[in-house]
Structures are given as C-alpha cells and as structure tokens.
Design a protein around this ligand. Sequence first.
Ligand code: ZN
Ligand code: MN
Length: 501
Amino acid sequence: MPDTTFMELEPIIGLEIHVQLTTRSKMFCSCANIFGDVKPNSAICPICLGYPGTLPVPNRQAIEWTQVAGAALGCKLAKHSRFDRKSYFYPDLPKGYQISQYDQPFCGEGQLKLMVDGREETVGIERIHLEEDAAKNTHPSTGSGQVPKGADYTLVDFNRAGTPLMEIVTKPDIRSPKVAKAFLQELQRIMRALGISDADMEKGQMRCDANISLREKGSKNLNPKTEIKNINSFKFVEKALQHEIERQTAIWQERGLIKWQSTRAFDAKTQQTVAMRTKEEAADYRYFPEPDIPPFVFREEELEQRRIDVPELPLAKQNRFVSEFGISSEQARLLADDRKLADFFEKAVSEIWQLDNDRDDIQRKDRKILSQEAANIALRQIRKIAGGEPLKITPANFAEVVVGIHTGEFGKHLVTQLLEEMQRTGGDPDHIMANMGADGGGEALAEQVEGVIKENGEAVAKVKAGKESALQFLVGQVMKKTKGRADPAEVMKLLKGQLDK
Ligand code: ZN
Ligand code: MN
C-alpha cells in the first residue's frame, strides 16, 4: 500500500462541450434544423438518412459561426481545414460514420478568462471543430411518454440527424469542479451573446463531457483520465466532478495511481458516477478525410471578418458597465446578458448625462445615482412592460423619466403607469403626464412644498405643536398642487425636512 500520508492530490479537469448551432438548415442538407419543435422524423431527407449515393453540401453559416465562436474565445482560426469521417456503429448513425473533423479543425488554440469568487481564472481552449449530430434515440429506460418503461423497443428521431454540432475542447487547465461549472456558465453566456445557440443544457443544446484525473500536487504528469459522459446541467457537472474526486482519491489511497482510461456516467438520483465502458482510442474510429467534401482554404480577409463579427462579450460588457456607470456588478451582469436591454440602457444613460449639461436641477455628481436608478427601472420594469415585444419607449424619453423621478417631478407611485402608457403610445412622459390629469408644471417638488408651507401658516403652526393630522393636511395640499403627480411618501419627507429647519 503506497504511503499517501503526506501526499496532496489535485484534480486535473478538462471539458468537451457540444453546442447545437441554431442555423436554419442542417449541416449537410437543406432540411430544416427544427429538432424537438416538430413531429419526429418530419424534417428528414435522403442525405441526413444516409442513403447511398447522396452527397453532403456543407452549411456555410455553420462554418462561419464556428469561426466566430473561435474568434470570441481567442482561438487561432485555421487557414486550411477539412472534414473527416469518424466511423462507428450505432442505430442513431445511419451512415455508419459521423462527418466530423480530426486533425484540421476550423479553430485552434485559444483561451477564456472568467471570474470565480472574485478571482480571475484562465481556461485554455485546445480546439473547436464542427460535426453533424446523430439522431435521437429514446430508450425504454428513460420511461418517456413515447417509449414507456419496460417496452421492448427503442424509437429513433432522425430530425436531429445531421444538425450542426460544434465541439469545444478545453485544455486540462481546470483545478476545481466550481471552476468547471463557472466555465460552462460563461460559455453559455457567450454562445447566447453571439446568437449562434440557445445553449440550454437541460434541452441538450449544450452537452458536456468532463475528463478528470488526479496527480500529486507539484507533479507535471497527466495520468490516465476518466471521462464522465453527457452531463446535462451546470449543477450536475459540479456534483459529478466532486463525486469523481472522492472516488479516485479513495482508489489512490488504497492502490495508488489509476492506470487506465475509463468512461463513466453521472446518475442524478444517486449523485454518483457509474462505469460505462472502456474508452475507444482515436484509432478505433478509423478517421480519414471525408472524400465527398473538398478541403477548405480561407482567405486572410475572411478570417479577419469573423473576428470583426464578434460583439462585445458579456463579461467585458459587465465590467465596463460597472466602471463606466458605477452600477452594481449584479445589475451589470443582468444587463450584459440581455443585449437589447443593455443597448437601451447605455443609450438612456448617455441621454441622462446629456440632460445634466442642459438642466441645472441635476448635477454631474448625480450621474452615478441616476445610472443606478436607470438600471433598476430597466431591469425591474422595462423588461416586464415590453414583455418580449419591441420597445416603443425611446432611450431619450426613458432618460426624462429617470431624471424626473430623481427631481421629484414624477412621483414614484406613477412610474409603472407612466411607462406602460409610453410603451403603448410611444409618447413622451410630459405629454402623457398631462393627459393622465397632471399639467406640465415643471416646478420642482421642493418648490411646491415650500409654496404650500408659506400659504398654510395655521396648519404649519399646528404641525409644530405636534398635531399629526395637520401634516396630513399639508401633504394633501401638495398633492393637489401637483395634481397627483408627486409621490406622497416623498412629499412627506420633504415637508418634514423643511419644517424641521
Ligand atoms: Zn436532410
Ligand atoms: Mn463530438
């Protein structure tokens, strides 16, 4: 028995992530890419069914998106690339081989930086390649509606056969289950920001295999790894890896290093990994160049265009929003994940800053608080009010509302109503307020309050004598003056403030 008393082990983790691309058509035929949305086996043709004599035609959009994904992850984009055949037998693979890529993928090495618990982590990318997905088998063991438990048959849905599937392989750079989970979450945000995949793990649009081995801390060895197949949620990735670290540590302590590769599956019910089969070596797949698709040679300008096509990525946007506008990291994160709302917010803030040049009731020092308020209202109310429809509220009009609330011109209690009306009509807040039964006014709330105090000496004296009802009377007078526009709570605060002087 090896002496492990003083030995500290560390996990070496690498991920392989399959991402379904949301192109209109499949990878090598013109069938619609609508697996899951329609009746099984309704989007199929001789090409994706693997009939003899058919010829695959590569989907240009899928290739460009793979290159854009590569550019977003800082990968080298290959000038020379090609497809290969990966041969194996399974009922979901009608051709008996998968068209994939072997030694000339579209994207080479890159890296992704992410923040985990306030620390920056860098995960290297080994490669990104493009392939076709297999059909979808439904076995009786899953006990789904179509194939009940105990049934003696399996159903195959070929709508998924031949749909474009991008595979991202990381370097074995990950040292904890938590970082593995965070990496996947960041990857999902990026796929969505690029608009190339919905990347929902529960729906199988993003599927993860995790490779893990242990080694003595300080060692540079890469030991035989265990592959955990097809993990379908962020939580399970973390759990499966945690369990695997415990299992492998126990084996190491008993017998030492694990000397062969193996494949396991994660069982969500027991929260454990279970053995599947020993992993095929690349040679078992008998890879060779796909003879029906000529190799690709990309021009430098084409590859440069893919880099230009990458929008600002979510984490970069999040960090910029925090530093430029002083909003919280959480607000910035939520905005960065909603590109349209983020654009709207950013335009509104620049309008607000414009207003602070034009109006003397707000100042430069108010910028941060106004930006925070704009982010709050955008996240809490604008999203709800728009309800997925295009926004009719313009950033300029929204800026007026944010500033109006801040100066007390618009009562907080009326904001939802005001914004709903703005979304319905596309109108500006002053007109809508006037139509809602309040005139333009324009006088700041503080001045209105001051006016009411001057005009109601008797009531003021009563308040100072401690009569609560007189204060209510004064609030009522201000509300009357503002024709209900002011926020009563705000009026109360201002009245108390001025009367205490
Ligand atoms: Zn087809
Ligand atoms: Mn694959």
